[in-house]
Design a protein around this ligand. Structure first.
Ligand code: GAR
Length: 196
């Protein structure tokens, strides 16, 4: 049985999709959900699905080895960042080489880096599309390996969708979420079982 750990900071609709995708599977399961935000809805979602879920603070993540130790105990086959907003510490990346992946709500290397998360990304894409009037504009999703820098690791998967002049940032967000929900669980499965 392959073991999936999810890190998320907020709502957790992607985490939910991943949990649901592997529910009942005898090959892979989400075994742990972790959040930097004790009020994150993702923790509730995990509890409802009877998945172990904890929140942690900066000290446990960056200064002590508390989160690292927990991960060592959980022995994940893959660590999935699904809307996780803190920079991942190098010590954890070193401990799980090539096993940590992130989803970014745009087509990296565009619209990535520090401060580029959630609605900030979609607002930037919206402004770009408005300025780019007359030319086709795309946004999308990037699933990539995690390195100690924001949004810099090797790309694993991208999918794109057109941004029209009528789209608002909220509509762009919705289109991107749809792509995420469709592809993220499958990409995780492919990585776990090396089917590509
Ligand atoms: C997702 O769109 C994800 O790509 C984004 O946060 C959202 C979380 O949504 N991640 C980043 O912006 C990271 N830079 P969710 O909580 O509904 O899954």
């Amino acid at each position: 049985m392959k073991r999936i750990v999810i890190f998320a900071s907020g709502n957790g609709t992607n985490a939910q999709r991943i949990i649901d995708h592997f529910k009942g599977s005898t090959d892979a399961q989400v075994v742990q959900v972790l959040s930097n935000n004790k009020n994150a809805k993702v923790l509730e979602r995990a509890n409802k699905s009877k998945i172990s879920a904890f929140s942690f603070n900066r000290t446990a993540f960056y200064d002590t080895d508390d989160v690292l130790h927990l991960l060592k105990t959980v022995t994940p086959d893959i660590i999935v960042l699904a809307g996780f907003l803190w920079l991942f510490p190098e010590k954890i990346i070193t401990m799980f080489p090539d096993k940590i992946i992130n989803i970014h709500p745009a087509l990296l290397p565009d619209f990535g880096g520090k401060g580029m998360y959630g609605k900030h990304v979609h607002e930037a894409v919206y402004a770009f599309a408005k300025a780019n009037k007359g030319k086709k504009t795309y946004t999308g999703i990037t699933i990539h390996k995690v390195t100690p820098e924001y949004d810099k690791g090797a790309c694993i998967f991208q999918a794109k969708v057109e941004v029209t002049q009528e789209d608002t940032p909220e509509m762009i967000a919705q289109k991107v979420h749809q792509l995420e929900h469709k592809h993220f669980p499958e990409v995780i499965e492919d990585l776990l079982f090396d089917t590509k």
